[in-house]
Design a protein around this ligand. Structure first.
Ligand SMILES: [Zn+2]
Length: 103
């Protein structure tokens, strides 16, 4: 089976298809929970737009900061991805969203 080598949307380096999470970014450029994004860059769109890979760290950060306002804003802006991303969160994080956003 032939696999397409993904190329990073930021540094343009090719990276292993095994590291591909659909974000269009290599492991180095990808935002992670251990490197929280700046607030004004809470969600950085990847090569193919915003996906779980961008939204999940932003959601986790909003929960860490106890900011239901940020969560509501993320949900309003990225409703479909937001709903799909909830299942990738920890149980306590899901409960935080349920408690504050009532979904
Ligand atoms: Zn890169």
């Amino acid at each position: 089976m032939e696999t397409v080598t993904p190329q990073c949307g930021i540094c343009k380096k090719f990276y292993s298809a095994n590291d591909d999470d659909g974000s269009g970014l290599c492991k180095t450029c990808r935002p992670t929970v251990s490197q929280p994004l700046l607030k004004q860059e809470l969600v950085q769109p990847g090569k193919f737009g915003v996906s779980n890979a961008q939204l999940i760290p932003a959601m986790k950060q909003a929960i860490q900061e106890q900011s239901p306002e940020q969560l509501r804003e993320l949900k309003a802006t990225y409703f479909y991805i937001f709903e799909r991303s909830i299942r990738y969160l920890r149980k306590d994080e899901r409960e935080y969203i349920k408690m504050h956003l009532g979904s």
